[in-house]
Write a protein that binds this ligand. Structure first.
Ligand code: ATP
Length: 692
C-alpha cells in the first residue's frame, strides 16, 4: 500500500472508534438532560410537602440539577478534539487518551482522562524508557472528524507486523501550524519534561523555570487542570488563583482553562489582585521601582499616623459653664497615643474618643475645684452630640485610596518619608499621586493592599437585606493554590500582596530570571521566600530547556542580546528551524513609523496568524496611530513590558535600543520582545550597527 492509503486506512480505523465515543457521549448527554428534568419536577412536586421533607427534596433536587448541569457543561466544553491520543502496548492492549474519561454502558473504558495516572505513559514514554508502549499515536480532529494522525514508534522490536506507523512526529507538525487568537492547544503534545512538572504533587512550592517559549505558561495552566482533577476536594472548594502580569495576558490565557473544563479558577492580573480595583496603567520603570520596594512599608506606616488634611486642630467644648480646650499640640499627643495602641486606626475610633475625654478631664482637673467628677464628665461629654461630631471629623475612617491621594501632597509625603526616600524619589511619587483621577497604577495596587491591612477594616455596618455578598477572596487568605506566572517580575510589595492571599495555600511559581524587569532581585527574592511560607516550606524545582515558540533563527538573535548576562543553562534550545533569518531594516528617524507600517503589511501577507508590533513605551502611542490605517484585526501594538508572556506569528520590533535605555534592567526587556515571534521577525531601527 502507498503511504497515503496506509494513512487513510489508519484514519478510518480511528474514525470508527471516535464514532463509538461520540455516540456514547450523546447517550450520557441525554441521561444528564433527563436527570435535570427530573430534578426540576422533584422541586415542583415538593411544594406542598411538610417543611422538613421539602428541604430534603430541595437538597436532592439541587444536587441532581447541579450534577447534571456540570456534566452537560463539561461535555460541551470538551466536545472538540475529545479524543487525541492512543497507546498500543506490548500486551496488545489499546488505550485511548482524551480530554475526559468516557466509559461505555458496561463500564468499559472508551477514553482515559489525560490527567489520570493511566494516561501518564502517553506523555512520559520515550524510546529509552518506553513504559511498555510500542506505538504512541496523536489523533487530530475537527468536530467529530479525524483529520490526521502522527505516530511515534517507541519499541520497534515489539512491533507486530500488522502495525502501521505514519507521520513524522506530532510535536513538529503542531509547532509549524499558525496561531489563532487563542493560545495553542498543547494537550496532545505535552513533552515529558513538561508533564513531570504538571503532575508534581500539590504540596508546598513547585517552581518551574525556563527560558522564553519553553511552555511555562502552558504547563502552569495544565497543572491547574491536573490539580483540580486529582485533588478536587482540596482545590475546588476555596479555589485556585492564577496571577499573571497584564490584563492582555490574562484574557489570552483565560480562554485555555474553561476549555480545559475548569471554572474554580480565578485569573487576575497584578493590577486586579485587590478586590474592586482594576488597574492597567503602568508607571515609568523608575517610579514602579520605588513603589515596589519594601521601603514603602515604612513610608505608609508613618503616613497613616498623620492627621487628615481637613481634621480640626482645636477642640473647644463648654461644660458646666467652663471652657475646656485642647490645642493642636495636645491633640497631636492624643493622636499619637491612640496610634500606639493595639488596634489599627479604622478600628480605633472608640479608643480615640476615650482618649480625648481623658485629656479633657486632665484639663478640667487642673482647674482645681472643677464642678464635676471624672465619671460625670466622661459620661456627660461622651453623650454629647457636639463631641461626637468632633470625633468623627478628627478621627476619620480612611480608605486606602484616601491615604494614597493625601500623599500626592508633597509636604505630607516628605513628612511620611523622613529619610527613607530621597528628595528625587519624593518628587517622583508626589507627582504620580497628585492626580489620581485616572485611577491607581498597577504598582499602586500593592500599596493599596498594604494600606488596607495597616488601616484595618472599618467597623462593619450591619449588612442590609439585599446587600451583595462580599466577593470571594476578600478574605485574603482563602485560596487553596496560587499560581504566579512571570514570577521574576513581582516587586517585593507585590509578593506581600499575593502572599497574603495564600497563607494556607500551596504554590506553583513560574518564571525566567533572564526576563526579569525588577532592578533589585535580592530584595524580591527575600519577599518571595516570605510570601511562600518561609525557607522551610517543601520546595521542588523543574527546569524546562526547549524553546517551542521561536524558530532557531529568531532565537539566535535574541540569544546574542543576553549572552553576557545569562548563564548557558538559563538559555533554552530552539528546536525548529524555518530557514528564515530575522530581517533588520535600517531607516532614518523620520521614516521609522512608515517603515514599521510597510513591514506590518508585508508580514500580514506572509503569515496566516497574528502580527505584533513591539516598541518602547514612549513610542507605543505613535505606533498605534501609524498602524491604525492598516485595517486588519490580526495586528496588535504593545510596548516591551506588555509583550511579556504573549506570542505572535510575526513581530515587527521598532527601535529596539530604546527598550534598553527605557528599562532599569538593561537588555532584559529587549530579550522579551525578541522572543515573541514564532515564524517571522523584522527589526526596524535607526541604528546602522544594530545589534552590536
Ligand atoms: N509540548 C508542546 N507542544 C506544542 N506546543 C507547545 C508545547 N509546549 C509549548 N508549546 C508552545 O510554545 C509556545 C510557548 O509556550 P508558553 O507561552 O507557555 O511559553 P513560556 O515559557 O510561558 O514563554 P515566555 O517565558 O516567553 O512567556 C506556545 O505557543 C505553546 O503553545
Amino acid at each position: 500500500m502507498s503511504e497515503t492509503s496506509v494513512r487513510e486506512a489508519e484514519i478510518a480505523v480511528e474514525q470508527k472508534h471516535l464514532d463509538v465515543v461520540y455516540a456514547r457521549v450523546a447517550e450520557i448527554r441525554d441521561d444528564a438532560e433527563d436527570m435535570r428534568t427530573k430534578g426540576d419536577q422533584l422541586a415542583h412536586g415538593a411544594r406542598n410537602e411538610a417543611v422538613f421533607e421539602q428541604a430534603a427534596m430541595l437538597f436532592e433536587r439541587d444536587v441532581m440539577v447541579r450534577h447534571a448541569t456540570q456534566i452537560l457543561r463539561t461535555l460541551d466544553a470538551e466536545h472538540e478534539g475529545l479524543v487525541f491520543g492512543r497507546l498500543d502496548s506490548t500486551t496488545g492492549e489499546t488505550q485511548y487518551v482524551g480530554r475526559l474519561g468516557v466509559r461505555d454502558g458496561n463500564f468499559d473504558n472508551l477514553v482515559t482522562d489525560w490527567r489520570a495516572p493511566a494516561a501518564a505513559p502517553f506523555y512520559q514514554a520515550t524510546a529509552e524508557h518506553p513504559m511498555d508502549v510500542v506505538r504512541r499515536r496523536v489523533i487530530r480532529s475537527t468536530g467529530k472528524q479525524v483529520v490526521d494522525i502522527d505516530d511515534d514508534l517507541l519499541m520497534p522490536d515489539a512491533r507486530a507486523e500488522s502495525m502501521a506507523v505514519v507521520g513524522e512526529g506530532a510535536l513538529m507538525a503542531s509547532l509549524t501550524r499558525a496561531r489563532g487568537e487563542n493560545m495553542r492547544d498543547i494537550i496532545a503534545t505535552i513533552q515529558k519534561e513538561q508533564d513531570v512538572a504538571i503532575r508534581a504533587p500539590w504540596r508546598g512550592v513547585t517552581e518551574i523555570t525556563g527560558g522564553p517559549g519553553t511552555g511555562k505558561t502552558a504547563v502552569a495552566l495544565h497543572r491547574v487542570a491536573y490539580l483540580l482533577y486529582r485533588d478536587r476536594r482540596r482545590m475546588g472548594g476555596s479555589g485556585v488563583l492564577v496571577v499573571g502580569p497584564s490584563p492582555a495576558f490574562t484574557s489570552y490565557i483565560s480562554r485555555v482553562l474553561p476549555s480545559m473544563g475548569e471554572d474554580s479558577v480565578e485569573l487576575r492580573s497584578l493590577g486586579e489582585v485587590l478586590d474592586g480595583v482594576k488597574a492597567v496603567r503602568n508607571d515609568s520603570a523608575e517610579v514602579a521601582a520605588i513603589k515596589g520596594s519594601l521601603r514603602m512599608r515604612r513610608v505608609l506606616k508613618r503616613a497613616i499616623r498623620d492627621a487628615p488634611a481637613d481634621a480640626p486642630d482645636e477642640l473647644r467644648i463648654v461644660y458646666k459653664g467652663q471652657v475646656l480646650k485642647l490645642d493642636a499640640r495636645e491633640l497631636a499627643g492624643v493622636r499619637r497615643a491612640v496610634h500606639n495602641g493595639r488596634r489599627p486606626p479604622n478600628q480605633s475610633r472608640v479608643d480615640a474618643a476615650e482618649a480625648l475625654l481623658e485629656a479633657l478631664w486632665r484639663k478640667a482637673d487642673s482647674f482645681g475645684d472643677f464642678p464635676a467628677t471624672r465619671a460625670e464628665l466622661l459620661t456627660d461629654l461622651g453623650e454629647r452630640l457636639d463631641f461626637h461630631r468632633f470625633v468623627v471629623v478628627w478621627w476619620q475612617l480612611l480608605t486606602p485610596m484616601d491615604v494614597l491621594r493625601s500623599l500626592g501632597e508633597r509636604r505630607r509625603l516628605a513628612a511620611a518619608a523622613g529619610k527613607v526616600l530621597t528628595k528625587r524619589e519624593v518628587d517622583l511619587l508626589a507627582a504620580s499621586w497628585s492626580d489620581l483621577s485616572a485611577g491607581p497604577s498597577v504598582a499602586d495596587v500593592a500599596l493599596l493592599d498594604e494600606l488596607r491591612i495597616l488601616l484595618g477594616r472599618p467597623p462593619r455596618r450591619r449588612r442590609k437585606h439585599g446587600d451583595p455578598e462580599p466577593p470571594r477572596g476578600s478574605n485574603y487568605d482563602e485560596y487553596a493554590h496560587i499560581v504566579v506566572d512571570e514570577a521574576q517580575d513581582l516587586s517585593p510589595m507585590q509578593w506581600r500582596m499575593v502572599g497574603r492571599r495564600g497563607r494556607y495555600a500551596s504554590w506553583t511559581v513560574v518564571g525566567d530570571p533572564v526576563q526579569s524587569s525588577w532592578p533589585d532581585p535580592e530584595e524580591a527574592r527575600r519577599a518571595r521566600t516570605a510570601a511562600l511560607g518561609g525557607p522551610t516550606t517543601e520546595h521542588r524545582r523543574f527546569a524546562l530547556r526547549t524553546n517551542y515558540r521561536n524558530s532557531a533563527e529568531i532565537f539566535a538573535l535574541a540569544h546574542k542580546v543576553v549572552a553576557d548576562i545569562a548563564t548557558p543553562e538559563e538559555l533554552p534550545h530552539a528546536v525548529r528551524s524555518t530557514g528564515q533569518e530575522p530581517q533588520v531594516t535600517v531607516v532614518p528617524q523620520d521614516t521609522l513609523m512608515s517603515a514599521v507600517v510597510d513591514a506590518v503589511r508585508t508580514l500580514l501577507a506572509e503569515v496566516q496568524g497574528t502580527v505584533g508590533v513591539i516598541t518602547s513605551t514612549s513610542r507605543v502611542e505613535a505606533a498605534r496611530a501609524a498602524v491604525a490605517g492598516v485595517d486588519d484585526d490580526r495586528v496588535k501594538v504593545v510596548d516591551g513590558l506588555e509583550s511579556k508572556g504573549l506570542e505572535y506569528d510575526a513581530v515587527v520590533l521598532a527601535e529596539p535600543t530604546e527598550l534598553i535605555t527605557e528599562s532599569l534592567t538593561g537588555p532584559r526587556t529587549l530579550y522579551v520582545a525578541l522572543t515573541r515571534a514564532t515564524q517571522r521577525l523584522t527589526v526596524v531601527t535607526t541604528n546602522p550597527t544594530w545589534p552590536t
